[in-house]
Design a protein around this ligand. Structure first.
Ligand code: KMH
Ligand code: ZN
Length: 311
């Protein structure tokens, strides 16, 4: 099997600071965390920006630029920037990071869906929240539609192509694989592709092992096993490590990180994203799977290289 690519989603935009004191917030905290993750065996870091003042997710391009620049100065890890954005942003605002920063890799969400985290609010009393925006953020997600229409997707494809940014196609359900298939047939998306199966999000497919097998089976059928690489996310604990273990056994790749899961073991918070990476590395070693360096991951994924980004 080829070497294992470990992606780490360092902070995300759905995890709230009240959930864990270890969530990196400022550009420096996020960049320092990226360096620790790379030292632990991470090949790629997935970036969202937060307002340094109140930790709220921000679309501010200058914050994105600062994070990406700090990481590039300190590490050769692949910087994969989100185009998922926040619910109050338009698709045009979300994709601006691509022409602006021209990253090697950026996430690309493959369909519209509900994307909800409101049940988390049941865990907290009003006085528990660290920031005034957090409760409404959780509860408001009950009414969110994460909009990624075919028109949005076509536009994103054009912008990714123009900037030679490789899409990390995020499929949250079987239907999203069919969306990709449709766009391959229309020559909007070109093979080979890099797929991230996002499982366990409320609004998408679950993270049972059968769900992962079915995603993989469907991708094989639609794209041909030789025409794509895949990785998997399992939201929450223990899903993150269960699906990672399955992917390692099946020749896929894995994503860990505080965007998806904050626990290192049952009820125990991970103190850093690097702890999550270290655990994935331990499992991989037990299974005889070697870990890809950032440059090895660049080769596997066919990325343009760190010298061709705009930060
Ligand atoms: N905005 C979230 C609901 C990604 O990073 O591409 C999902 C998201 C995914 O942002
Ligand atoms: Zn993300």
């Amino acid at each position: 099997m080829e070497k294992l690519i470990i992606t780490t989603a360092l902070t995300g935009n759905v995890t709230i600071p009240t959930q864990t004191p270890y969530l990196p917030i400022t550009p420096k905290e996020i960049a320092d965390e990226a360096v620790r993750v790379a030292e632990a065996g991470g090949a790629s870091v997935h970036i969202h920006a937060r307002d340094p003042k109140d930790a709220r997710p921000t679309p501010d391009l200058e914050v994105y630029r600062e994070i990406a620049t700090l990481i590039k100065q300190k590490s050769d890890v692949i910087v994969c920037i989100t185009t998922g954005g926040t619910p109050d942003m338009t698709a045009e605002q979300r994709v601006r990071v691509v022409p602006e920063l021209k990253p090697e890799l950026a996430t690309f969400n493959m369909g519209s869906m509900n994307f909800a985290v409101y049940p988390l609010a049941d865990r907290y009393k009003d006085e528990d929240y660290k920031h005034p925006w957090e409760k409404e953020w959780l509860l408001g997600s009950k009414n969110n539609v994460f909009k990624n229409t075919f028109a949005d997707i076509e536009k994103f494809c054009q912008i990714f192509n123009e900037n030679n940014t490789k899409p990390e196609h995020e499929a949250y359900d079987i239907g999203h694989l069919y969306n990709i298939y449709h766009l391959i047939r229309r020559k909007v998306i070109q093979l080979p592709i890099w797929l991230q199966f996002v499982t366990g999000v409320m609004g998408g497919i679950g993270s049972a092992l059968e769900d992962i097998m079915y995603m993989k089976h469907t991708a094989d059928r639609l794209f041909g096993a030789e025409n794509y690489r895949w990785s998997v996310i399992g939201a929450g604990y223990p899903a993150e490590f269960n699906v990672a273990t399955l992917a390692m056994m099946m020749g896929g790749h894995v994503r860990v990180g505080f965007e998806d899961n904050i626990f290192i073991s049952k009820g125990v918070l991970a103190k850093s994203n690097a702890e999550l990476v270290e655990k994935a590395v331990r499992i991989a070693k037990e299974l005889g799977r070697e870990i890809a360096t950032p440059d090895e991951a660049r080769k596997i994924l066919g990325l343009k290289g760190k010298d061709k980004v705009n930060f």
